[in-house]
Ligand binder design. Structure first.
Ligand SMILES: [Zn+2]
Length: 393
């Protein structure tokens, strides 16, 4: 049986894959990159058979889990999309355009899809979002209430993964969805300050994909991006805790998780391939990975408590070697699928963090993986090395 992957954005906080759809294969005619003087990045892609234009604006995080309290960026995401009158999404929908926003582990993604002839409308929506920072307390209170509900609605995979992040990275692994007690203390001026630090050239990337002329998309993207000042900031690398770690959380299922560095690191590709290979060995598995230059985590889980532990710890050297080719193939498919599936999200998210980060870099690391790399990747998930979180419900 071939194991394939389907991307599911789970509460917008990470990408989660459960099972089984082949990568789609839209014919890509051309793609062009631009780096602006303010250090913002732009990538446009001509997709002749697409019905709409999809614009993604991504901003890399400022490491605010220690600076402004956990969840402040999530609150900012809710507030910025309100637009000038609190009704930006309704105004867009009335013109056949759609707005989405997600808070991710190390970035913020805002996306507008619209008719190819409405590129200017999409860009102006993003301009409104990044310029309107005038919220009032009642906006804050309402959105905090919504986020409290989102926190309460986290599924088992989210909870297990969230706990694994905390065990792997301590405070720097705080869940970007937020902590209700800390969120409660956040003020309008703190969110505004975070937005001002976030919307600077150095942190921003935009991708525009659709059946549009490359030159039109470039000039629209440039016109939008050039308004932001350049302001270099440091993205502090996360410090790994001493591992192994074992934890439990009120959820069902189990995860194993292994810290990884940026996508250009060979061992990240090995861990990705090993994690996907492990997930392919049983049916109710899930896999969660959000690339990060600050330090990330590859999470493999089972919906049945303890199942993942057996799958990993009972594998001997020959079991591992047998999974090598499959792991490599799955990693390749995973990267291609995320890239194809997300209409520029994956590229914008990577670019916002680092101008050198592209799916092609990931694919080249996967292509040169050796069986020795893969063995290391697999063994890093064993109980004596990794983070283990078991659900207790
Ligand atoms: Zn939310």
């Amino acid at each position: 049986m071939i194991f394939l992957v389907l991307a599911v954005a789970s509460m917008g906080l990470h990408r989660q894959i459960n099972a089984q759809v082949p990568p789609n294969s839209g014919e890509i005619s051309s793609r062009k990159n631009e780096f602006l003087p303010n250090n913002s990045k732009l990538e446009v892609e001509f997709v002749p058979d697409a019905k709409s234009v999809v614009i993604h604006l991504d901003a890399s995080s400022i490491g605010e889990e220690s600076e402004t309290g956990n969840g402040c960026r999530h609150l900012m995401e809710h507030l910025i999309v309100l637009g000038n009158d609190g009704k930006l999404d309704e105004r867009l929908e009335s013109q056949g355009a759609f707005l989405t926003a997600s808070t991710l582990r190390d970035g913020l993604d805002i996306s507008v899809s619209c008719k190819p002839s409405d590129l200017a409308l999409g860009i102006s929506a993003l301009a409104e979002i990044t310029a309107n920072l005038n919220w009032v307390d009642s906006d804050l209170i309402r959105e905090k209430g919504i986020i409290d509900q989102e926190i309460a609605l986290q599924n088992s995979a989210d909870k297990l993964s969230g706990e694994a992040w905390q065990l792997a990275y301590g405070e720097a692994g705080a869940n970007p969805i937020g902590d209700p007690d800390l969120l409660n203390k956040v003020t309008v001026s703190e969110v505004k300050l975070l937005a001002e630090k976030t919307f600077v050239g150095d942190r921003l990337a935009i991708t525009i994909a659709g059946p549009i002329k490359i030159s039109d998309a470039i000039s629209a993207g440039e016109g939008f991006l050039k308004r932001f000042a350049s302001q270099a900031g440091t993205n502090e690398a996360r410090t790994k805790q001493k591992l192994p770690e074992i934890g439990s959380v009120d959820a069902s299922g189990s995860v194993r998780a292994e810290p990884v560095s940026g996508i250009s690191d060979e061992s990240t590709a090995a861990t990705l391939a090993a994690g996907l290979a492990i997930a392919s060995t049983f049916s109710d598995s899930f896999f969660i990975y959000t690339p990060s230059d600050r330090g990330s985590l590859v999470v493999v889980g089972s919906q049945t408590t303890g199942e993942i532990d057996d799958a990993i710890d009972s594998s001997d050297a020959s079991d591992v070697d047998r999974l090598f080719a499959r792991g490599k193939l799955l990693a390749k498919e995973y990267v291609k699928h995320e890239d194809d599936h997300s209409n520029g999200f994956w590229r914008a998210y990577l670019l916002a963090q680092n101008a050198n980060d592209t799916p092609e870099v990931m694919l080249s690391r996967i292509a040169t993986l050796t069986i020795q790399d893969f063995r290391k990747g697999f063994n890093s998930f064993r109980k004596d090395h990794a983070v283990t979180v078991d659900g207790n419900s």
